[in-house]
Design a protein around this ligand. Sequence first.
Ligand SMILES: Cc1ncc(COP(=O)(O)O)c(C=O)c1O
Length: 420
Amino acid sequence: MTINISALLESRTACEKEDAADPLRNWRAAFHLPQGLIYLDGNSLGPMPKKALEQLDQAVRHEWAEELITSWIKAGWWELPETLGELIAPVVGAASGQVIVSDSTSLNLFKTVHAALGLRPERTVIVSEADSFPTDLYIQEGVSTTRKNIQRRLLGLDGNSLEELLDDHVAVVSFSHVNYRTGELFPIEELVKKTHEAGALFVLDTCHSAGVLPVELDQWGVDFAVGCTYKYLNGGPGSPAFLYVAKRHQQAAVNPLSGWWGHARPFAFEKDFQAAEGIRRFLTGSQPVLSLRGLQAGLEIAQAADPQQVRKKSQRLTQLFIELVENRCGEFDVSLQSPTDPEKRGSQVAFLCLNGFSVIQALIARNIIADFRAPGIMRFGFAPLYLRYTDVWDAAEALADVLKTEEWREERFQQKHEVT
Ligand SMILES: Cc1ncc(COP(=O)(O)O)c(C=O)c1O
């Protein structure tokens, strides 16, 4: 697939015209965006929806301060994991009763990979991608310690295609929808089909796709899925993650972290565990209510925005950035790491650059926020609901200027921090 953005490459004025005609342009007003900031890091932490401030204010000043413990019922705190799960469900193509919000992505990966493995007790292999986000790999290692003789095969290390790695020993295939570094988008429907043909189950990590790409968990036949809510769902720093368990597995799937929130009768305080019916059995313990209350506004936006328009604009924004940077920065040490085909690309663009860390620091000093992933990847995220074509133009100009003037060499841009 090719996207023709040649008119936009001509001038900033052409980008201004495109912004004026953009069908998604009104969503920008739903977010708090600091004056003069170009935010290309929504793939890491989304900006705050204005309504989140109202909802958090209500949760703190009224529900917590005034109503105290009665808010578990009056304000619906107890049901929040399900209520919010129902808001996420249509965003990831899931029918009702299959998504619940709780804990972190890492914990939800543990629960789902373990549960999937438990549904294939006679099989011993987990297949994943060598370049997965590290937590996915670490969690698989952790899950592997809970059963004897579990082995792992990694795409890119033990084989170059899923077919090569599949056989009748494979219990689970666990993949991300979009690679966190390069932005490569995997053809999930096709991979699920191959996985099922081999008799295994598929666990999908949607951290880099939920809220920005079409996700069709039911239609693709995904068995289990997880995702975070602080990126493109704009739920706030450390906001709780979600998990999906296809209806057909809910009765047999076992949550290895069986806590009282997942009990059939939590307030009977029985000695033995009996799992709740449906998706609620995948809860463990008390949930961070204030964080849950900060999440609703972002989910309402994600649910209301047209996913096809979001995808189309995402592809145009990333294409524009790639072409502008390649035109302006060709003479410098930057090389594209993201797929050139927009159909194979998520909503972020990665450029490899030896001095990428310092270049990103110099951009941040100019109020253009992107991030850096070792060893040399400059990552730029493009969230279509609040970014403009002119932002893309300005960011590419600034990047070219930082490289041309060698501003990145300044001492203040060399200092490393814990978070990059
Ligand atoms: C693909 C992927 N999975 C998981 C995580 C993080 O998981 P957690 O929410 O447990 O920190 C990230 C974070 O960026 C990610 O990109």
